[in-house]
Design a protein around this ligand. Structure first.
Ligand SMILES: [Fe+2]
Ligand SMILES: [Fe+2]
Ligand SMILES: [Fe+2]
Ligand SMILES: [Fe+2]
Length: 408
């Protein structure tokens, strides 16, 4: 039977608030035993909860209704606890770089899954476009990690995700005007499109914030440089994805969409989670989110006289899944590596405008070299090779096959 999030019973807010510190302070997973996609789910749901809390802070700052602010304060207190319980699953012996590898594996396999299942062709194109960029980040960080910690990235990712050259990070830097996309029309868009956009945005935003905060902890200058360079691409990705969302939705409509998305994701991950302790957390959080959704629906009825069930489907869409996407990523690499963005369009090189804006920006930031290239060069100097994990044969793009050519 289909799961109707508007009919399922959630956990009352007072029951949600009734939780001791010792219950919130969860036991972290074992980094050597955890399934890479369990780590990915933890990373994504942390980002979803951070967005949940920050969004209602923004909403509260734009409202002069004290009763509304109280309701938001209550659900937000819970989002904050959920965020701690999820993020605290990550153990202290997982280094910043190991966690970073996990973040980029999320970016690859979540983006690829969403792209494969996205009904709107423009949104799919946006996902494919950024997919190749995060795919390259994974490769650059993997080289930094082996060089500075002597650890191989596949100890984190296992054999589920390839690690090799994507769209070279150095080439991803473009003028800020060329990150802003067209938005979908929420009155016509498939709800799946809206949920996908919210999900990837929260994931990319968390990656952006993570690098903003931890990028200065790398030991070597090249590592500090790499984090700073990639953090700026994550800024581009957040700009890119947030512009897809329909800004004409009201604040309360956006709140409803946030809560529905949390229900959807916890419900999705509950289906596939094998880690018993973490599965219980997804189950408990799902019960909490059902009540948040009900409250958001009530607020919408009360303030805007609108029926939440007319905005979102009564049956949850097909679950989001973390799966290996090796063949899909190769296919996109083969066809779109050289594509670039201009204003709202994604274009192959022969159709890219010749106004020089991209080249100018490239010259500004890459004058004197890019850390994303230097890290590969230094790795090659120190270890006589670079780190790659090409699991299905040679690189799909010929010019990136010769390992000497891996730095463009
Ligand atoms: Fe939440
Ligand atoms: Fe990335
Ligand atoms: Fe990204
Ligand atoms: Fe929530």
């Amino acid at each position: 039977m289909a799961f109707n999030p508007f009919r399922e019973k959630g956990m009352p807010i007072d029951k949600q608030l009734d939780m001791s510190w010792s219950k919130m302070n969860v036991k972290p997973y074992n980094k050597k035993e955890v399934h890479p996609y369990t780590r990915c789910r933890v990373i994504l749901m942390n980002g979803i909860e951070v967005e949940g809390a920050m969004f209602t802070h923004q909403l509260a700052r734009h409202s002069d209704d004290i009763e509304l602010k109280r309701q938001l304060a209550a659900t937000r207190r819970i989002e904050q606890r959920q965020q701690k319980m999820v993020n605290w699953l990550s153990p202290a012996d997982e280094s910043v770089l190991e966690t970073t590898i996990g973040y980029e594996q999320v970016a690859v396999d979540l983006t690829a899954y969403l792209a494969r299942t996205e009904p709107d062709p423009y949104v799919k194109q946006a996902l494919d476009f950024a997919l190749l960029e995060d795919f390259d980040h994974l490769y650059r960080y993997a080289n930094l990690m082996e060089m500075s910690e002597g650890k191989k990235a596949d100890a984190v990712t296992s054999q589920l995700t390839e690690i090799t050259v994507g769209r070279p990070t150095k080439l991803e830097h473009r003028h800020p005007f060329d990150d802003v996309r067209n938005h979908y029309d929420r009155t016509k868009a498939d709800p799946v499109t809206q949920l996908h956009a919210m999900t990837i945005l929260a994931g990319e935003q968390q990656t952006m914030s993570f690098y903003m905060n931890v990028g200065n902890q790398a030991k070597e200058m090249v590592g500090r440089g790499l984090y700073l360079e990639i953090a700026q691409i994550e800024e581009q990705h957040v700009t890119h994805y947030e512009s897809l969302l329909d800004p004409n939705a009201s604040w309360l409509e956006m709140l409803l969409l946030h809560e529905y998305n949390e229900v959807y994701l916890y419900h999705s991950f509950l289906q596939e989670e094998e880690h018993p302790q973490i599965k219980k957390i997804w189950e408990q959080h799902l019960a909490m989110e059902l009540e948040h959704l009900r409250i958001a629906g009530e607020l919408l009825k009360q303030h805007e006289k609108r029926d939440p069930e007319e905005l979102l489907p009564a049956a949850l869409p097909e679950p989001v899944r973390f799966q290996s996407n090796i063949d899909y990523v190769r296919e996109i690499m083969e066809t779109q590596t050289d594509w670039n963005a201009y204003e709202t369009e994604f274009l192959p090189p022969n159709r890219y405008p010749a106004d020089g804006r991209y080249e100018r920006y490239q010259q500004w930031v890459n004058a004197g070299g890019a850390p994303s290239e230097q890290v590969i060069e230094e790795h090659r100097q120190k270890l006589g090779r670079e780190y790659r994990q090409e699991l299905r044969g040679e690189h799909p793009v010929e010019k990136y096959r010769a390992r000497e050519a891996a730095h463009v």
